[in-house]
Each structure stands twice: as structure tokens, then as C-alpha cells.
Design a protein around this ligand. Sequence first.
Ligand code: PEP
Ligand code: MN
Length: 353
Amino acid sequence: MIIVMKVGSPESEITRISEECKNLRLTPEKIVGASKVVIGLVGDTAAYSKEQIQEISPWIERVLRVEKPFKRASLEFRHGEPSAVVVQTPEGPVTFSQQDPVIIIAGPCSVENEEMIIQTALRVKAAGAKFLRGGAYKPRTSPYSFQGHGESALDLLAKAREASGLGIITEVMDTADLNKVAEVADVVQVGARNMQNFSLLKKVGALDKPVLLKRGMSATIDEWLMAAEYILAAGNPNVILCERGIRTFDRKYARNTLDLAVIPVLRSLTHLPITIDPSHGTGKSEYVPTMAMAAIAAGADSLMIEVHPNPAKALSDGPQSLTPERFERLMQELSVVGKAIGRWQQQPTMALA
Ligand code: PEP
Ligand code: MN
């Protein structure tokens, strides 16, 4: 349920209404929008009529019901106001939101060694990326494939953060590693395979760190938003959704089908910001630039792109990784689309060839 307050409602009245709702055993959440304050209510709202809630205060303009199974993640819960996920990085806050410039996240699939991660960090930073990605714990289909260097890779990410000033995004696979990961990560990634690991979702929900929630490879949009709801319900409002391609019947040409239609669909359903990952989405480096351009044109708030100094030698996901040179060129191509839609503010720190 949503309580929409009248413009100019006194703060004391908003507090009083919230207290009354708590007495009704509902959980209120105050959301301050551009023009209005709304109070989102979760709990057994079905036990009360809209009229009963309306009667609490003459300052209430309207009471609405959220019919969707996801409540906090729904667009209605914020009365249509997009949320902004502000991430603290060594060089200041970076905002993921529909109203801000597109944010580029780039880096290797996995952290392989110190030289490669620092070199990649500096290259992607110079090209305009704001975040370095890189896996320390890798979810691999085969137990015989490279599993990531674990804790020592987290140390390398910390070094790369310091050397480059980039924010760090890295995946947590196991609740047991969460504290270690959160110490280094500015954004904690929950991967596609863990999208419905509900105990992990509850734990990242209790964290004071933004979460990048990847879409499960066979997850419906509703399932994905319900997974986001777990994190939001556990108290963490900073969730970024990441589309990374869904399982395809035609694997001959692409690893997954990158579902760019999620951008307009999610816009109609949720206030949460959207990242698109064209690297896992296609599985082939030659398709990544086209889909990255399309994602920005379609209104994505952020892109996550795999970049490796030597893709042919990568320990994971080499075929879908761009070289630093190709990434630099892509950033210039993206700037054309980004500027055309008024969402480009990447400032390369070095002149690009
Ligand atoms: C990754 O980002 O490296 C990764 C494993 O992605 P996904 O969970 O989308 O497969
Ligand atoms: Mn990968």
C-alpha cells in the first residue's frame, strides 16, 4: 500500500502517520520524491481498507494498493520516482540512476594476477570507466575450470582500487565470504546462478553496500524483481539490476540472448536502475560493441563490459572479452550515442588515439 501525502505536509504529521501504521503492524517507509512525500507500507495491508488508512490524517491525499507481488521494487512504491543508487568510490560518489550519465563498468572476467588487474584498471579508467569489475570467486560450470584466486584476488582488487581510483565490483558466491568481499567491493555482485539463493540475498540485504543483482539465466522478470525484493525487504535499498542474457535455443551464434526489451519493461515496473552486460549477453567479443550501443540507445543506466589485456590467454571468458584498445574505441563510439541522449559525462584522463 502507498500513502501519498499532500504537498506541504508537516514532517510531524508524516512521523505521526508512520507511528500509527506501526501500531497497525505495518512497516512504513518514507520516500521523498521531487514534488511529494509518499509512505510505502508493507505487511498485512490486506487487513485494512484504503479508507481506514486514509482516515489516519487529513494530510493524506490518496491511498493506493500495489497489486504486484513485488512491493518495494515496484514503481508504485516510489510513486513513479526513479531511485538513485549512490556508490562511494575513491574519487567520490557515482550515481546509478535514470537521471544521471551512463556509468561504465569494465574489467576482466577474473582477477588473474597483480600486473593484469592493475594494467586493466588503468586502461579502462583512462578510457572513462568508473568501476573495475573482476571476479575473485568464479561460478564455473565445471569444477575443473579455473575457480578464481579467492581471497588473494580480493587483495589485488584493493590494490587496483588504490592505483586507479576506480570503484570495485566483484561477485560473492557464498555467504561465508561476504564480509571479506564487502571489505573490498564498492558494489557487491550477486551472479546469475545465485539470483535465487535466498539466504545469500537476505545477507546482502543486511549489508550497507550497494548490490548488483544479475538476472538468472532462466529467470522471468517477475522472479528477478522478487529476488530484488528480498534484498530491499532485508533493509538494503541500493539494488542495481543487471541483464546478462537469458538462455537461448540457438547457441550456435551467441552464448545467450541479450534481452534488451527488459529496459522498457523494467521501466514500467520498477524504479531500480538498470545495467546491461553485453559480454555475457552475447559471449562473443565481436558482438559486444553493437549490443553496448543498443543498450545505451535503449536507455540503460550502466554497462558492464569484460576487458582483458590478452583475451586469447584469459583464464575465463576470453572469447567475449575486449582488448583494452577495442574498449577505448568502443568508449568513443558510445560517447556519440550517449551525448545524443544527453547521458554522457565520461571524461577520459588521457588522449585516445
Ligand atoms: C560474471 O560477471 O563474471 C559472471 C559470472 O556473470 P553471470 O553471473 O552473469 O554469469
Ligand atoms: Mn565472465
